[in-house]
Design a binder for this molecule. Sequence first.
Ligand code: NAP
Length: 251
Amino acid sequence: MTLFDGKVAIVTGGGSGIGEAACHLYAREGAKVVVSDLNEKRGNEVTQAIQKLKGDAIFVRADVSNPDDCQAMVDATLEKYGRLDIAFNNAGIGGETNLTADYSIAGWQKVIAVNLSSVFYCMKYEIPAMLKTGGGAIVNMASILGQVGFENSPAYVAAKHGVVGLTRTAALEYSKQGIQINSVGPGFIRTPLISGLEQDEQVRNHLISLHPLGRLGESEEVAELVIWLSSEKASFVMGAYYPIDGGYLAR
Ligand code: NAP
């Protein structure tokens, strides 16, 4: 018996990094997985990899900064599988890096759209779908930067703080109707999102030094927490923010 037999899970940004790792773990635990991503090539590759392992998955292209795409993603899920039980609203970008006064308006709007408005758009369509079958679980992707500031990333930090607050509010609204809604806050995780930073050894060592555990995290480590928060094992957890950060916030 696996954790998610008969259940259906959407993962946004499922084509890479933490989302990709989560798609594989949901599938391993018996869920039918809707791999959603803007990147069609990577999304299809992850879907095919799950199918090769005899898992059940489809790819649905969606730009999460577009509300119509988010609605179409949920519609496609219901059309294919007839229900929605789990959503990991994970897609995000690093975006422009600049001091606040130098940050471009377009850069700000892009990061807020992809990293924050997207979570609202996704939940707006996921919640009614889940209520139809008595509830479900939503995990929203925040960051350690949903709790503390970080120079040169005002939009990213604001967006991730926003995800934490939005998660708390939606949890207060829907938990009694059977939807457990929480957020996760990874430290720096070795994915394509930060591969540019990692190439510079000095920057890499600085990033490592911010984590008392003495290393960066791996996607699979974050995915394990996401899976737990998506399961009935986390039935008394609601509106919470779970750091998974090698001690970044412990100092
Ligand atoms: P990643 O490897 O770059 O994966 C993100 C995926 O989302 C990519 O496939 C990307 O496509 C896709 N994507 C980008 N914009 C999108 C959009 N508008 N609509 C739909 N999909 C879109 O990044 P990751 O590190 O796994 O990050 C996943 C989430 O974790 C993000 O929300 C990020 O902020 C958060 N996070 C990451 C870290 C870290 O250190 N890695 C730490 C804390 C939080 P493309 O490849 O085409 O861009």
